[in-house]
Design a binder for this molecule. Structure first.
Ligand SMILES: Cc1cc2nc3c(=O)[nH]c(=O)nc-3n(C[C@H](O)[C@H](O)[C@H](O)COP(=O)(O)O)c2cc1C
Length: 370
């Protein structure tokens, strides 16, 4: 009955055993717990897991591709998921937060004068000046390091990479944040240059690697998302990214608005429906023959099968649904769709857990895996 969901896919050169992907999700869990969680999600039958926010530059506080210890951690993730026939993808990202500018808010946060809700818009205000003020030399260093990071990711056991098209790529793409007057600012072609150079750096070093691109789309009327690519700019960005070496697109709403817009609850005024961002896939579909991955509120097996079958997307990425029930793919593919614990998109313990620094959990908190 769910033969499309259960069929393999050539995802930009990498064979996926079925059409379900665990969307990039930073879980905020201790490392051992994270490995166990990934193992559980792989055992549940998805074809690939995208590890969210793998930094392209050396970092001290999160696992890093540049140290033996960091690579050993990523290797342990790969070893945990590969026995289930599940692929592992590294979401390569560069933050667009200006650490120096952030430091000035630390005393206010610690003293309770600035709440977390107040902090987010304050940090967003820093993005534009930071992106606009980065020296060309620094920009070239950062785009080049995407290639180094991709090489290290493959050495650490990842099967492919995704370039995070939000964060720094998204801010450079966006006329809201990018007010540069050099070759990285102004026209959409110039604003695409940062992302294009990042992708090219990977392609230069790894001629055969599959490169997914998280394409963050900004919507006007009504306005949602501040980073990323305007809908009408997609015909410029998509071919440029494809020429640079992208082999698939993971399409979603752009960030730097409210987190609950990109991770929308069921009662969201604009994006509350099942498959809420698929309309952006429809636009990208017109512009490329490469595989397109949908994401956002995908929970219903019948709906997912229908959207795959009618070609709106080639595969379905799920974050909250596979947190709620990692065994969604196995259940659906073995005639037990009725047993799926559907995510109700309440955001209580997933996004809520993340915001409260308690790790990402689910109100169901299920243990079953197969
Ligand atoms: C707790 C949490 C953490 C997330 N972390 C990331 C991340 O690190 N990188 C990213 O690109 N998206 C991240 N996302 C967004 C998801 O990949 C996905 O686009 C979004 O949740 C919508 O899909 P869903 O309806 O299947 O949850 C996160 C989502 C959640 C719920």
């Amino acid at each position: 009955m769910y033969e499309t969901i259960n069929s393999p896919l050539n995802y930009g050169g990498l064979t996926l055993k079925n059409r379900i992907i665990f969307a990039p999700t930073t879980l905020g869990l201790p490392r051992e717990e994270l490995v166990e969680r990934m193992k559980t999600i792989a055992a549940g039958g998805c074809a690939m897991i995208i590890i969210g926010d793998v930094p392209v530059l050396p970092q001290h506080f999160v696992p890093c591709l540049y140290t033996e210890k960091g690579r050993a951690f990523y290797r342990s993730l790969a070893d945990a998921v590969h026995p289930y026939g599940c692929k592992l993808c590294a979401q390569l990202h560069q933050s667009d937060s200006n650490i120096k500018a952030m430091m000035k808010y630390v005393p206010g946060v610690l003293a309770g004068r600035i709440s977390k809700e107040e902090l987010r818009p304050l940090l967003n205000q820093q993005v534009g000046p930071y992106i606009t003020g980065l020296s060309e030399k620094k920009v070239k260093e950062i785009t080049d390091v995407f290639g180094t990071a991709a090489e290290l990711a493959l050495q650490a056991g990842f099967d492919m990479v995704q370039v995070h098209g939000d964060r720094m790529c998204g801010s450079f793409s966006s006329s809201v944040f990018n007010h540069r007057t050099d070759e990285y600012g102004g026209s959409p072609e110039n604003r695409a240059r940062f992302a294009v150079e990042a992708v090219s750096a990977i392609r230069r070093r790894l001629p055969d690697v599959s490169i997914d691109y998280k394409l963050a789309v900004r919507q006007e009327n009504p306005h949602y998302g501040n980073a990323g690519v305007l809908e009408e700019e997609l015909p410029i960005f998509v071919p440029l990214l494809e020429q640079a070496g992208v082999t698939s697109f993971h399409v979603t709403l752009a960030n730097h608005g409210e987190l609950s817009d990109t991770i929308p609850p069921k009662n969201h005024p604009e994006f509350g429906a099942e498959g809420c961002f698929l309309k952006f896939c429809d636009q990208v579909r017109q512009l490329t023959k490469l595989p397109v991955c949908g994401v956002g509120g995908l929970t219903d097996p019948d709906f997912v099968e229908e959207q795959l079958k009618n070609g709106r997307m080639d595969c379905a990425a799920m974050s909250r649904q596979l947190i709620a029930d990692p065994a969604w793919p196995n259940k659906v593919c073995s005639g037990r769709a009725g047993e799926v614990h559907r995510c109700i998109r309440c955001n209580q313990k997933c996004l809520g857990g993340m915001m409260a620094h308690q790790g990402v959990h689910c109100i169901y908190e299920r243990k079953e895996t197969t």
